[in-house]
Design a protein around this ligand. Sequence first.
Ligand SMILES: [Zn+2]
Length: 292
Amino acid sequence: MTLPTTDTRVTYPSGATEAASRILHVEQRGGRHAVLLDTTAFHPVDHAWPDQGADRGVLEVADRSWAVTDCVVGATDGTSLYLGADSPVRKGTEGWAFVVVHLIDGAEGDGPAEGDDAVVRVEAAQRAAVSAGHTGCHLASLALNRALAGRWKKDVAADALGAPNFDALAIDTTVISEFASVDRYRLGRSLRRKGFSLEDLDAGATAAAVNATLAGWTATGAPISIGTDGGGLTDRRRWVCDLPGERAEIPCGGTHLTSLAGVDVTVRLELSEEDGTPVLQMDTRVGVPASA
Ligand SMILES: [Zn+2]
């Protein structure tokens, strides 16, 4: 058994849903085979920031095909393979390789073999739907930051378009799904100490402001791209949206639409309370042109 010493090369950032590859390593994990490839088009879920889930699809070797039932980030020191949250080190730690682990069903001895040539195929329709959800999520957070900008009484870090970065300072969880996302923000004492005022916060009026900003941005049909420093799993990547006169760049390891042309993004906001802490929930919906 040979574990790789370099990160898996990934092609999903450029939008690829298929990759020809070689199987580097296979081992049994709880009734499934954990398969490592030199190159993959599969977006794995990253336990450290699981906003975008794993791609679905198949792994093929010659005339055999296996369903990839889960796909996670793994870490190896060359001796052992750790999956997801079992990894003892952070992604990017020196001396470790970070890999995309494809999990496929199958009895021991009935999986693909190390050294086999393989092809992976991601379910393209699901990927496109999740990419739309992810793009909408970034745009909505920027529009929300802008709508809440006047509520800051102190200077805080700015977002990619210069507004106080409420999203980064208040985010609790983000879940991206097909043509949608849900962001939950905690408006607790620490946020208020940083200078955020909750006074008379009206979820409906704020949502209307967010939606007006989103309509203006999507009407530009701005192109979207992924900037990257390399093709490895841990190489830094960023979402780039070239709005007219203002370029938004956000660190992001996910997948995205390639333009805002014909895209429609709208949010609903709901303010509630959880254990005495105000919570703002933003539900974002994304519509795309029928041909996309
Ligand atoms: Zn992202």
